[in-house]
Ligand binder design. Structure first.
Ligand code: F6R
Length: 366
């Protein structure tokens, strides 16, 4: 049933090109127009009226939501608040007349996310769910559902559900941006066309597995690992770091790269692994200076950039590359490499990769 793979997690990492393809489905036409109108109850008027978005989820789904926040802010220019579901419910969220709440949940059964959905509806907000399970509680109770078509995810550590959630956010952001005229249609179509190339590009990244197994060897014996990045790279760093800690049991933290010098830099010692994501062209120079800061303190640095962009070679110990895509499209590619790194590290440490200690696949307690 693992189809020749050693673990479900490994199989699910390799299923990502298909999961992305299936989630894009018939939702983009050949001219690059995203249209998900048929799946939503929103009129174009409703889409134009949205004046605020809340994105609410737990764990990995929340990190997909953090990328979603960046996409909606940059492409739709709508203000977005992002919250962990277990915090959202109790903080007295502030709703406007036209607040849209987007909840994200692979299982559709996470208790805190479901409670957040109910809290939003009680306040009169419209709730759009991104979920992977048809007929789940969240799918049934939400006002609208945009399904991810990742297929069943068995490993406790989420992989293909996360990438599919990212795709759902691209579709929502591009659809909203088009309806609201937030950006020139040409620009949106160009992005959609690139989006359709992601499955093939993700496929090619999987060929780097051997390289990541080698890097895993270098970090497997360490007690602490840091991930740094700016903008969308920071959001992906959080997910990469969670993946590593939940299955390898190595303590790891993700930091907005510019924040290191405000405290965390004190933890960098000779040999401390730092995974530096530098795929955001406009922020490259800034991230590079943060790389130099940790390098100067003796860190072992793995740098990640888009092919050929930015002089990183001389400042890092090992280099990872993803295809040269638009900066908004790097997260689903970068994450594949981080998942492989976490996977091989856990395997090398002899852990039960698919069923990490203390964790459950679906968290139905609050
Ligand atoms: C981590 C992981 C969890 C889930 C979280 C939410 O790999 O899988 O952090 O993302 O428990 O679960 P769902 O998406 O089912 O609501």
């Amino acid at each position: 049933e693992r189809g020749g793979f050693d673990h479900f997690m490994q199989k699910e990492i390799y299923e990502q090109p298909q999961a992305i393809r299936d989630t894009l489905g018939g939702r983009i036409d050949e001219n690059g127009n995203v249209d998900i109108r048929a799946e939503l109850t929103f009129s174009d008027r409703n889409v134009c009226d949205i004046d605020r978005v809340h994105i609410v989820a737990c764990g990995t789904a929340s990190y997909a939501g953090m990328v979603g926040k960046g996409l909606l802010e940059q492409l739709v220019r709508v203000p977005v608040e992002w919250d962990i579901a277990s915090e959202y419910r109790y903080k007295g969220p502030i709703f406007t007349e036209n607040t849209l709440v987007i909840v994200v949940s692979q299982s559709g059964e996470t208790a805190d996310t479901l409670a957040a959905l109910r809290e939003a509806q009680r306040n009169g907000a419209r709730v759009l769910a991104i979920t992977n399970v048809v007929g789940s509680s969240i799918a049934r109770e939400a006002d609208d559902v945009l399904y991810t078509w990742a297929g069943p995810e068995i490993a406790v550590a989420s992989t293909k559900a996360y990438t599919s959630q990212l795709i759902a956010f691209y579709l929502i952001a591009l659809h909203f941006a088009r309806v609201r005229g937030a950006l020139p249609q040409e620009q949106l179509r160009a992005l959609a066309v690139q989006l359709r190339q992601l499955p093939e590009q993700a496929e090619r990244l999987l060929a780097q597995a051997g390289k990541l197994r080698e890097m895993a060897r270098k970090i497997a014996r360490h007690a602490h690992v840091f991930y740094i990045g700016r903008g969308l790279d920071y959001a992906v760093s959080l997910e990469g770091s969670l993946k590593l800690k939940e299955i390898s049991y190595i303590h790891s933290e993700a930091y907005a790269a510019g924040e290191l010098k405000h405290g965390t830099l004190a933890l960098i010692e000779e040999g401390t692994p730092v995974i530096a994501l530098a795929t955001q062209r406009a922020l490259f120079g800034k991230t590079l200076s943060n790389v130099k800061e940790v390098k100067a303190r003796g860190a072992y640095v793995i740098g990640l950039r888009t092919e050929g962009n930015g002089e990183l070679d001389s400042s890092v110990d090992d280099l990872l590359e993803i295809p040269d895509v638009h900066p908004l499209l790097t997260p689903p590619l970068s994450v594949v490499l981080l998942q492989l790194l976490a996977y091989y590290t856990a395997v090398l440490r002899g852990n039960d990769v698919d069923k990490p200690r203390n964790l459950a696949k679906s968290v139905t307690v609050e």
